[in-house]
Design a protein around this ligand. Structure first.
Ligand SMILES: Cc1cc2nc3c(=O)[nH]c(=O)nc-3n(C[C@H](O)[C@H](O)[C@H](O)COP(=O)(O)OP(=O)(O)OC[C@H]3O[C@@H](n4cnc5c(N)ncnc54)[C@H](O)[C@@H]3O)c2cc1C
Length: 444
């Protein structure tokens, strides 16, 4: 009788503790399987850029990585193991890596030899051309923090290789791009007493310049050489740009703005860097050009009209207007949200897919809110066919529609500068070299 009682109590305890856990596990697995199927159908499971690499032999399926990801559904738990659901949403925060209790996860680029979208580099970010290095997003890892870290790392490597040039007409290092990676490389070059110059085809600041006004930039504490640590996790775009401007003035950074670099060739023991203004020589070159390149065009009639824009800096300048945003990445969604919040605007967003699936979770929530409030009209499965003076002609599903329009804002990604890299002799992995533009990473 006593043992029956013990069995009964044990069974009840197991029922109370285990059954709800099991049901929750089953429910989650079902949801994650459905999400994975949907992502696979949309081709989103294949990562572009960085992604969490899971060691299945170590993973215990605890779900800590899934919980901490600020981007939502990058990861899920399927058959008791972490699995990639929407790899394209990964922007490389690395919280999953930190949260995994058994070290089964690492955020990175995988085997870059198999990837046609990443230039081949060694552990110090030196490309297949000795002396040409890559820092920042051009190498595949996004985030300001990574760009800063790599800018510092490549200069350290150049110093370690010990090649200093005695010819005063030759720079130790030429840095192409004055985004976070290039600026940080310049500061590290000052610290190491290297002769350097930075070229940028625009003003310094890099992609941050293109962010919408007052955008909150998420980062993690990061050490900027000479300057110190940026400690907070969120900064406004304006604060970050102001900080870089102060740094440029304080440390007298040698930057030539509005000077685009067109070519880099090896010239005996030096490199010759050809810009729109002339030729410069250096012992090393750091490519810190980012991946946005030139904005990708739609190639439709009327795209050359002045009302067509490829970036939105100040949404407040557009009020009481008919606006069409084209694209489905973060930049497009952030623009549609910014414009949808202005008084009197009628905002449509045209996207060739059936839903917004590559965007950050926060952006997805924001746009859905505005769609519900009828402040933004989504036109899925659509493509712009012609931009006319006061309208836009579009194919939406099987129909042709024409909508009133004052401005078109196109966020179709950028052409990464892969052609220029290939011409320098920089090799890429994978089979196709370089990758086709339509396969290139989309704008965030
Ligand atoms: C909408 C959006 C939101 C983002 N939000 C965040 C965020 O919240 N947190 C975060 O950490 N990251 C965010 N990022 C990513 C972050 O902006 C990038 O990872 C980072 O700016 C990369 O720095 P970089 O120096 O490698 O390149 P970039 O910042 O892209 O700078 C490259 C520079 O090179 C210059 N250049 C390019 N070609 C040439 C040439 N031929 N000659 C001369 N100059 C050239 C460009 O003009 C540019 O100034 C976001 C990106 C986008 C698009």
């Amino acid at each position: 009788m006593e043992s029956l009682l013990i069995w009964l109590v044990t069974l009840i305890l197991v029922g109370v503790i285990f059954v709800p856990y099991y049901l929750k596990f089953r429910k989650r697995q079902k949801q994650d399987l459905e999400r994975r199927k949907e992502a696979q159908a949309l081709g989103l499971d294949k990562p572009k850029g960085q992604y969490p690499m899971i060691d299945m032999a170590r993973c215990i399926g605890c779900g800590s990585c899934v919980e901490v990801c600020p981007e939502g559904d990058v990861l899920g738990i399927v058959f008791g193991r972490a699995t990639i659901i929407n790899g394209q949403r990964c922007v490389g925060h690395g919280y999953c890596e930190q949260a995994c209790p058994v070290g089964a996860l690492k955020v990175g680029l995988g085997d870059i030899k198999t990837r046609a979208d990443i230039p081949l580099m060694n552990e110090y970010n030196e490309t297949s051309v000795p002396g040409i290095y890559i820092a920042g997003e051009l190498g595949g890892l996004s985030l300001i923090r990574n760009a800063i870290d790599q800018g510092r790392m490549v200069i350290r490597r150049i110093v370690e290789t010990g090649t200093r040039l005695s010819d005063p007409g030759v720079f130790d290092v030429i840095i192409v791009g004055a985004g976070p990676a290039g600026l940080c490389a310049a500061l590290s070059a000052i610290q190491s007493n290297l002769r350097y110059i930075v070229f940028d085809r625009q003003e310094p600041g890099g992609t941050i310049l293109q962010y919408p006004r007052q955008k909150l930039v998420m980062t993690q504490p990061v050490e900027i050489p000479l300057f110190g640590t940026l400690k907070k996790e969120e900064y406004s775009k304006e604060f970050l740009l102001e900080t870089w401007r102060d740094i440029i003035v304080k440390y007298k950074l040698n930057i030539s703005v509005n000077e685009r670099v067109d070519r880099v060739t090896r010239d005996g023991e030096h490199f010759t860097v050809t810009t729109i203004k002339g030729n410069y020589q250096a012992g090393h070159v750091i490519l810190a050009m980012g991946r946005r390149g030139t904005p990708r065009k739609l190639g439709v009639p009327g795209e050359d009209r002045p009302k067509v824009l490829y970036q939105l800096v100040d949404a407040q300048s557009y009020q009481n207007k008919n606006l069409l945003v084209v694209g489905g990445g973060d930049s497009a969604v952030e623009a549609a949200v910014g414009l949808g919040r202005q008084p009197g605007n009628k905002v449509s967003i045209s996207y060739r897919q059936a839903k917004f699936a590559r965007v950050k979770l926060k952006n997805e929530q924001r746009i859905n809110e505005l769609i519900t409030q009828k402040k933004v009209r989504p036109i899925f499965n659509s493509a712009v066919k012609e931009i006319r003076e006061a309208t836009v002609l579009m194919k939406a599903g099987e129909d042709m529609i024409e909508i009133p329009n004052d401005y078109v804002l196109i966020f179709a990604g950028g052409e990464p500068p892969f052609k220029m890299l290939t011409e320098m002799g920089v090799a890429f992995g994978g089979e196709a070299k370089p990758i086709r533009p339509e396969e290139a990473p989309v704008a965030r």
